[in-house]
Design a protein around this ligand. Structure first.
Ligand code: HEM
Ligand code: NAG
Ligand code: NAG
Ligand code: NAG
Length: 371
């Protein structure tokens, strides 16, 4: 019996030894935090960078940022933008970065506008990153980079389901079907098919609107756990316009993405040869057009397919401040109910940075006090 009572301690010890510096602390119990926190070095987070001074189009697939194939142990995930920035060395090529590195990379490499860059980066970091070490993993070790032990949820990074990552992606499957992060060739074929049918062979806003709706209908019809509430409700529509705003060469700037370029980003994390970033800072321009073509209420299936039920507690496009407030009050507070000491301080600092991405229209909320 004695050895049996030792088991929890041994399991915990194994988890501590295995705890990577980039793994998220979100959702750990007080006991787990007590054993993990002393093993991690605290790194004071630097404030988010400001906007680029020069936002003109320029060559970004340049000599200083060559695409390189994955190495053993490199991490990639569901976001083709971040995967590409890592494979070109705008982010550390291993796929683990600080929020400041991510903001600098998405601004420099893709000309993402400063406030949305801050908002998505700290939103993701607060739920999927490690706020003590200031590191965020953009996913997990890929199949190409060698055997990866079955990952416990704690090494999910951006792959972690239902906090930032969500259902009805264009080129990644729903988590319910077992892989929410790797490029899915069948889904990309549908992306091409829709681009042929609605865009004359290019992905544009007309295609984005139809494909967004199709992916939602697919999930309603096949995924009993389909969830389409805030923040996923917003990110799904935003990500539908990102390929148009960020993956079209800045010298063309015509909102028409060709299929070779699309495949290059989505599948190979690679900028086309001679690629120029967009001309001028971009965010989610076009999102209303995609939404209004087939408006949806936020909601989800309720345990069986074809049972889509609106959720009136979710934020939607009429109340964007609720996106921020619910994310802080419910998502973050739920993952960190009672942080103390350095952890509380790190959360508060990152919450302040996150709020800088919102603009002055929404009141700041302070789940852990103001200091
Ligand atoms: C200019 C910068 C960025 C671009 C061009 C970009 C592009 C995209 C696109 C097109 C998708 C949709 C993939 C699909 O539906 O198949 C996506 C998904 C995603 N992006 Fe990004 N992204 C950018 C920045 C970021 C940042 C800063 C973060 C977080 C730190 C992020 C996290 C994610 C995540 C977690 C997903 C997966 C969502 C899901 O499918 O559930 N992205 N991104
Ligand atoms: C890709 O997505 C299709 C359609 O949802 C699915 O049937 C298939 O199993 C997925 N493939 C992989 C390798 O996950
Ligand atoms: C998308 O392409 C199709 C085919 O060329 C065109 O009819 C449609 O107007 C385009 N939509 C946008 C928003 O550019
Ligand atoms: C969030 O919590 C604050 C208190 O910390 C409260 O004033 C505010 O009304 C809450 N907002 C929502 C949407 O729950």
């Amino acid at each position: 019996m004695k050895s049996f009572s030792l088991l929890p301690a041994l399991v915990l010890a194994a988890r501590v030894i295995a705890f990577p510096s980039y793994a998220s602390l979100a959702g750990l119990s007080e006991r787990e935090l007590d054993s993990v926190l002393p093993t991690l070095g605290y790194r004071e987070p630097a404030p988010p960078p400001g906007p680029l001074k020069d936002t003109s189009a320029k060559l970004v697939n340049d000599k200083a940022h060559p695409w390189k194939p994955l190495r053993r142990g490199d991490i990639r995930g569901p976001c083709p933008g971040l995967n590409t920035l890592a494979s070109h060395g705008y982010l550390p090529r291993n796929g683990v970065a600080t929020p400041v590195q991510i903001i600098n990379a998405i601004q420099e490499g893709f000309n993402m506008e400063n406030s949305i860059a801050i908002f998505v980066t700290y939103g993701a970091h607060l739920v999927d990153g490690n706020v003590i070490t200031d590191l965020l993993s953009i996913g997990r070790k890929t199949p190409l980079t060698g055997p990866d032990p079955p990952p416990p949820a704690i090494v999910g990074g951006l792959n972690t389901h239902a906090v930032f990552e969500g259902d009805a992606s264009m080129t990644r499957g729903d988590d319910f079907f077992g892989n929410n992060h790797d490029f899915n060739a069948t889904l990309f074929d549908q992306f091409v098919d829709f681009s042929n049918r609605f865009g004359g062979g290019k992905y544009n806003l007309t295609v984005a609107a139809e494909l967004r709706f199709q992916r939602i209908q697919d999930s309603i019809a096949t995924n009993p756990q389909f969830s389409f509430v805030s923040p996923r409700f917003f990110t799904a529509y935003a990500e539908s316009v990102f390929p148009i705003n960020f993956f079209v060469d800045g010298r063309r700037n015509d909102g028409q993405l060709d299929m070779d370029a699309a495949r290059s980003f989505f599948q190979f994390h690679r900028m086309p040869d001679d690629f120029f970033r967009p001309n001028g800072a971009k965010s989610a321009q076009g999102i209303e057009r995609v939404f209004l073509a087939h408006p949806m209420l936020p909601g989800g299936n309720v345990g069986q397919i074809n049972s889509y039920t609106p959720d009136p507690t979710s934020a939607d496009f009429t109340n964007p401040c609720l996106l921020y407030e619910n994310f802080v009050n419910q998502t973050i507070k739920g993952l960190y109910p009672n942080p103390k000491g350095k952890l509380r301080k790190a959360l508060n600092t990152n919450l302040d940075f996150f709020y800088q991405g919102i603009g002055s229209g929404c009141a700041q909320v302070f789940p852990y006090g103001r200091d």
